[in-house]
Design a protein around this ligand. Sequence first.
Ligand code: SF4
Length: 321
Amino acid sequence: MYDFEIGKAVEEVVKRGAKRILVQAPDGLKQFLGDLISRLSQVCEVYVSMSPCYGGCDLEDDKAAIIGADMVIHIGHRKYIEGAERVHTLYLPAPHFADVKGLASLAASELRRKGFRRIGVLANLQHIEYVGEFARAIEAEGLAPVVDRQTGGLVLGCQTGGAKRIESEVDAFLFIGGGEFHPLGVAMDVEKEVFVADPYRNELRGTAEIVKKTLSQRWWAIMEARKAKRFGVIVVMKPGQFSIRSAEKIAFELRAAGKEAHMLVGDDVSPERISSFPFVEAFIVTGCPRIATDTCQDPNRPVLNEAEAWKMLELINASRK
Ligand code: SF4
C-alpha cells in the first residue's frame, strides 16, 4: 500500500556502517512497517519509536542519540528542520500506491459540471506523484490545471504557499489525499473553494461545511479567550516547533494587558495534558499552529495558536483604548 523504499533504506544503513538505528513514523503508518523492520534487522539493530510523529518537525534525533543509534529513518515526511540533525537521518516519504485514473476523471468532470475552469492542483507528500495524472485528466475535460512551480503542488499542514501563490490564477483547488487535515489547512488560508480527491475512499468531496464549522469554532475561541484572566502559554519541545521567544513575547503582551501568563512546556499537547491545569482559563500553543485548531480542543476552554493569540491581543488592546 505504501512504498517504504526498503532497498534504499538497507543500502543507506550498510553504506554508513550503522550498527543501531531508530525508525520513526506517524501512527497511521506504523502498522505497515513489518517488512521494512524485518529486512533492516538483517543488517543492524532496529529500534522503533512508539511515540506519535506528526511531521518532519517532530524529529527524534535527540532520543536516537540517547539510545546510541547511528542513524534515524524518518518515515512519511521530508526534511523540515533547517541545519544538520544530531544523528544522520534518512527521510522516506512513503508514497501511497493507488490507481487514481478513475478518480482523476471523476474529479475533473465534477469540477467542470460545477462550472470551474481553472483548477489549482495540490497534494500531500504521499500523493504528490499523482499531481501530473490529475492535471492531465483536468486538461482532458477542457479545463486548465495550475500547479505552483516552487512546490510542485505540495502542501503541509502548516505550509500552504503552494496554494496561496496560485490563488489569483484559479477558480477552485483540488487536493489529492485522504483525511481533512491538509485540505482544511489550505481552505482556511485561501478564499477559493477546496475539493478533496480521496484515493482511500475513491471519492470527491467538498470542504465548505467543515470550513464553516471550523471558522466559527476558531472565532468562538478567540472571543472567549479575550475574557480569560489566567493564561497558559505552552512551549512545545519538539525540535521543529520549539519557539520560546514567541512564547515569551506573547506572555509579555498578556501581562502588559493585565492578564496572568503561566509558562508551560511539553512534548505532546493534548486535551489530556491540559486537563491537569484546571486553574488555567485559556491556553496559547506556540508550536505547531494546527495543535490548537485540530488536535487539542477543549469544549469549555479556548486553545489558541500564535496567530490567533495576536488577534486576541489586538482586540483586547483596542477595547482598552
Ligand atoms: S508544524 Fe504541525 S503542521 Fe507543520 S509539519 Fe509540524 S506537525 Fe505538520
